[in-house]
Design a protein around this ligand. Structure first.
Ligand code: UDP
Length: 344
């Protein structure tokens, strides 16, 4: 089957950001082919997407590290663009098992690029991360801010993958790439039909908050209140996942409509607003009228005190800006947690 309308391959399309982006693409009129190996998601994510968009989507359970299986997807579908989400993302696990991360995150991306080259599919959007900025002292960070040495193998896979993409765009006439550097994606689709599905104990702040509110966890630990920040807790830039998904649609349109100024471009995707851990927790409590027991614990190793985005470039060049406010985002996150736990 080839695609009649403009078609996009979404790798890792059953994941947290992948599902929301798949919905946004379909709502914007694209045909989408999703591949995912369900290593950190399951079939419920695909059915959630299908319920929202009101139809079946083309899905292949494929590991992007399996070049032969991925090649069959390239042969079967006529997409011109790829959005590559498929990757492992647990920072601590990457420290404990770096080879797992280098192997998975780099081999999968190189398979994608190699097949794009072979099948002449020119456009790729890559999921990068604000983690590439490391412990930066220029705030807010712009795309020009220097990358610092990665603080984990996970972060290093993002830096290396960016470099691989940059070099491929330079070397191969038929490859164009955009790396989107995500800040801290949070929230869920307003329908509460898709959201994050953390396995085991969440590493990230908001899933821990929602699980504590739901009674799955007893008490949230706030990692450090002695940072050099207004309330002593770390500052981050929390971006609603639905706004983040829309940034992918905007970046894709830029590629397809020949709006790129360079063959390889980078954009920060954040809100531009720093929010402290305490502010996030208190805003969640206020937005949802629920209790979240918390205590102050010691700093978590590897956390940077503060990072937030300068979003001017994305706003101007992608014609994209955030639409959802923090209260809406925190309500959607709680609605999703309640959906998962069957709480009324
Ligand atoms: N955090 C926390 N308690 C938790 C999880 C995270 O206090 O259970 C803090 C963490 O120290 C950081 C912020 O929340 O300051 C965001 O952490 P997260 O892991 O969500 O994202 P990161 O910025 O590390 O990618």
């Amino acid at each position: 089957m080839s695609c009649n309308r403009e078609c996009v391959l979404v790798s890792g399309g059953a994941g947290y950001i992948g599902t929301h982006t798949t919905v946004a693409l379909i709502e914007a009129g694209y045909d989408v082919v999703v591949v995912d190996n369900f290593s950190n998601s399951d079939a419920s994510a695909i059915s959630g997407v299908e319920k929202i968009v009101g139809r079946k989507i083309a899905f292949h359970q494929v590991d992007t590290c399996d070049r032969d299986a991925l090649k069959r997807v390239f042969e079967q579908h006529g997409f011109n663009s790829v959005i590559h989400f498929a990757a492992f993302k647990a920072v601590g696990e990457s420290v404990a098992d770096p080879l797992k991360y280098y192997q998975n995150n780099l081999v999968s991306f190189m398979n994608i690029l190699d097949l794009m080259k072979e099948y002449q599919r020119p456009n790729v959007l890559f999921s990068s991360s604000a983690t590439v900025y490391g412990d930066t002292d220029t705030l807010p960070v712009t795309e020009e801010s220097p990358r610092q040495p990665a603080m984990s193998p996970y972060g290093n896979t993002k830096q290396i993958a960016e470099d691989v993409l940059r070099d491929c765009c330079r070397a191969y006439d038929a490859i164009y790439g955009i790396a989107l550097r995500y800040f801290n994606p949070i929230g869920a689709h307003p329908s509460a039909l898709i959201g994050e599905l953390p396995r085991g104990v969440p590493n990230n702040l908001l899933p821990y908050v929602t699980q504590t509110a739901a009674g799955v966890r007893q008490c949230l630990s706030i990692f450090g209140n002695d940072y050099d920040t207004p309330d002593g807790t770390c500052l981050r830039d929390y971006i609603d996942v639905v706004d983040l998904a829309r940034a992918h649609v905007a970046a894709l349109a830029r590629m397809l409509h020949h709006g790129m100024k360079d063959k390889y471009e980078i954009f920060n995707v954040g809100t531009g607003n720093p929010v402290s851990v305490l502010e996030l927790v208190n805003s969640f409590i206020e937005a949802n009228g629920v209790d979240v027991p918390f205590k102050i614990s010691g700093r978590r190793q590897g956390d940077v005190p503060a990072v937030w985005a300068d979003t001017a470039l994305a706003n101007k060049e992608l014609g994209w800006k955030t639409e959802r406010n923090l209260t809406q985002t925190l309500r959607a996150a709680w609605a999703w947690e309640k959906h998962l736990r069957n709480i009324d």
